[in-house]
Design a protein around this ligand. Structure first.
Ligand code: MN
Length: 236
């Protein structure tokens, strides 16, 4: 048997400090909504609710190798492209019903990510009670920096996460402000879906989300994990 056309290439993310050609193949992209209190409040919510999830297609990743500047095309249909700075968890070992106490055994590593959002389309979908796909799951909507192995990351409650746009601070927080921790996210998520090697989890954004324009340069960093830089370029 053969495919009726050539299968598409596997979406993949470069690995920091790995063998020259090491790539992490992407299976699915899960995202956590409203996982920092101050961001939930800025979006009009109380900041106290159970975690909820949405997805982006695997080929929405925009991988950007550490030390390089990625190019993201301004998306169609929107005039309000927002940045959401997030810690990304990469799953190396799959499973279902994973208890929080064992969750970190399933983590391969971490990266800096941006959950780019067509905020105008997401707001319209919310108002009409429609799915968020068009606001969240569009092409190139998941920029991600090089992945770093878990063993090489030093993450704790004081770990700083920050985003500058054109050199000016836009988002700054610490991982201790996550409402649901990484192990708790994995526990909840693996009740709803069987996790698999290659899954990426965008863990939610702190406050300070805002619009970007063509020509803007976004510089994101998480201490002990890495950096991610992209420039917004004209749409296609
Ligand atoms: Mn987000």
């Amino acid at each position: 048997m053969s495919f009726v056309f050539a299968p598409p290439p596997t979406p993949a993310v470069p690995v920091q400090g790995g063998a020259a050609a090491a790539l992490f193949p992407v299976h699915r992209i899960y995202c956590v909504g409203r996982n920092y209190v101050e961001h939930a409040i800025e979006m009009g919510h109380s900041g106290r609710e159970a975690p909820f999830f949405f997805m982006k297609p695997a080929d929405a990743v925009l991988p950007v190798a550490e030390g390089t500047v990625g190019r993201m095309h301004y998306p169609t249909l929107s005039t309000s492209l927002h940045h959401e700075l997030e810690l990304v968890v990469a799953i190396g070992k799959g499973g279902r019903d994973i208890p929080a106490a064992q969750a970190l055994d399933h983590v391969w590593g971490y990266a800096v990510g941006l959950d780019m959002t067509r905020r105008d389309l997401q707001a319209e979908a919310k108002k009409l009670g429609r799915p968020w796909c068009i606001g969240k799951g569009f092409d190139e909507s998941a920029p991600i920096g090089s992945l770093r192995r878990k063993e090489d990351c030093q993450l704790d409650a004081a770990t700083k996460i920050a985003l500058d746009v054109n050199g000016k601070p836009r988002q700054a927080s610490t991982l201790g402000k996550l409402i649901w921790s990484v192990p708790e996210i994995i526990e909840h998520l693996s009740k709803a879906w069987e996790l698999a090697p290659g899954d990426l989890i965008y863990t939610g954004t702190p406050e300070g989300v805002a619009a970007v324009e063509v020509g803007d340069t976004l510089s994101a960093r998480i201490d002990g994990v890495g950096t991610l830089q992209i420039q917004i370029v004209a749409g296609r």
